[in-house]
Design a protein around this ligand. Structure first.
Ligand code: SF4
Length: 228
């Protein structure tokens, strides 16, 4: 008589450790401070945002349920130190917090790419958080969770994807207003098809802006091919 409830509680415990995963693959980190390192990417499924330049819309839906132990085993199989948890918006799955902790406990250098729309307060402090600030040109500026900014530390990075000169001017004033360059590295990237890299680089140099220009290495190397 007691067998069914027991089985149900086992199932509940097992499902509590599962995450919806779009893909796990080995590549070079294409951006941010860890650029160039061989890195395992764990791409979680789902995102509540719809940035107009999104290059990972295939991660919005679908995916497969993975137990966290199986994710750890798959990461270990690739044999590298750096792991990037990305999406979609990985924090849209609450269990991402536990996954990040397990990866840190296992000794990896862990980074998290997050949209800036979800609270980062519970993320393990050993994780390097790469927090987007969505510009007006992204079409998702209203999703910025400004209460995340006081939580940033020098381990973290803030990223703006710049879609136009208006976006650049807006981002420049956000950096100044919040003193972001004094807290952590600030990254400016061109939206691939909307602003030329040269143009953005020239604006940054002309203004002597305390930000790091970056181009996405994986787009240059592999033309944004999925799984690279
Ligand atoms: S937050 Fe990232 S994954 Fe989500 S729509 Fe924007 S660019 Fe795409």
């Amino acid at each position: 008589m007691n067998a069914a409830p027991e089985a149900t509680s086992h199932e509940a415990a097992a499902s509590a450790d599962r995450l919806k995963i779009t893909e796990i693959f080995l590549s070079l980190q294409g951006e941010a401070r860890q650029v160039g390192w061989p890195t395992v990417f764990v791409r979680l499924t789902g995102c509540p945002l719809r940035c107009q330049y999104c290059d990972t819309a295939y991660a919005f839906h679908g995916g497969d349920w993975w137990h966290v132990d199986d994710i750890l085993a798959e990461v270990a199989r690739h044999g590298v130190r750096h792991v990037c948890v990305t999406g979609g918006e990985p924090l849209s799955q609450k269990r991402c917090i536990g996954l990040l902790q397990r990866l840190c406990d296992a000794g990896y250098e862990v980074s998290l790419e997050t949209s800036g729309a979800i609270d980062i307060g519970e993320v393990d402090p050993r994780v390097s958080r790469v927090l987007d600030i969505k510009t007006p040109g992204s079409a998702e500026v209203h999703r910025n969770l400004w209460s995340n900014l006081p939580l940033l530390t020098p381990r973290d990075q803030v990223k703006f994807v710049i879609c136009s000169r208006e976006d650049y001017d807006w981002a420049k004033s956000v950096v100044a207003e919040h003193g972001l360059a004094d807290v952590c590295e600030v990254l400016f990237s061109p939206s691939y098809t909307q602003v030329s890299s040269r143009e953005l680089a020239d604006w940054i140099v002309a203004d002597r802006l305390p930000v790091r220009f970056q181009m996405q290495l994986h787009k240059i190397l592999w033309n944004d091919e999925r799984g690279r």
